[in-house]
Design a protein around this ligand. Sequence first.
Ligand SMILES: *Cc1c(COP(=O)(O)O)cnc(C)c1O
Length: 381
Amino acid sequence: MILSASDCERIEKFWAYCQKHQYFNIGYPESADFDYSALYRFFNFSINNCGDWQEPSNYALNSFDFEKDVMRYFAEYFRIAFDDSWGYVTNGGTEGNMFACYLARELFAQGTLYYSKATHYSVIKIAKLLQMKSCVVDCLENGEIDVADLLRKIQNNHEKNPIIFANIGTTMSGAIDNITQIQTGIAQLGITRDQYYIHADAALSGMILPFVDQPQAFSFADGIDSICVSGHKMIGSPIPCGIVLAKRENVERISVNVDYISARDQTISGSRNGHTVLLMWAAIRSQTFLQKKQRVQHCLKMAQYAVERFQANGINAWRNPNSITVVFPCPSEAVWKKHYLATSENMAHLITTAHHKDTQKIDLLIDDVIEDLRGKTQRTA
Ligand SMILES: *Cc1c(COP(=O)(O)O)cnc(C)c1O
């Protein structure tokens, strides 16, 4: 590749910028502790996983064999027999959510999509694109769906086929909707298991819960119909990606024949990224279960540390069980801008992702928040 001198300079500047900000991330869930350099040489190839990896393809440069391994791994972690599952590597959590809602709508054309106020904003786009009726449900204070409100709304709507969009870790507070309570409640309304659908949006926490001692209900064994996870969050990836996994029997109802690639294609996009499949495969294969567990446990410990440090300084910080998201009162704009924090209403959060090997960056942020909030209470006093 030949670039002009000024373009070279521009790229060099961007390189320096990226290096400087490599580990900037404390307000967002993207882990940056990865090293995929062994795979760089594959960027010489136009790999394309167009279509379903389970069908033969005439496009020779695909990484379907690796995608099979990746999906087998997630099926095991999310407790569904591999042969009973169907899924693929997506462009991220949103595509996984979209696929799941599409699947649910095909199964229940008249079904309403129920989701809590704390749900990721992608659900609104998805409901619009798929022209689904939707219904917003209240949350409890910790960000979990208010199951009583959900059941009330299902009943008031005379809903026959509710489609539940459950959060397995909300974006703002890492709250996990109570799948067991939801299922028991729906059964009590006289709606049988084959009349409703539950999707689990596990963008971040889907790769935390398999590694904790007491996970909340979240898997196929707990009764979900589909799940999605982002690859660039807990696992970490230089390119956004994710996985979606559903029940094979449901997916088989929505397949479409596409002649020119000689493949049956149930995926949302056409061409699909074959490189991120290799990244996910390498991430899975390069660490033992114990190493992955230690990494997750480290993040959880750091989150607990942050909560305790805030509280020791009189700041009302908290986190949900098994969550690496620490919620605290929103500081002044200068502080959240300086630390690139995501804020919502009067809340801010920090996320103790795996590239925080020690508490250095976390402490800098906490110091700033303590000073800022102390100033605020003095001003209002
Ligand atoms: C990040 C996130 C998403 C969207 O995932 P992308 O990979 O960014 O598309 C969906 N749901 C939740 C709860 C998230 O935190």
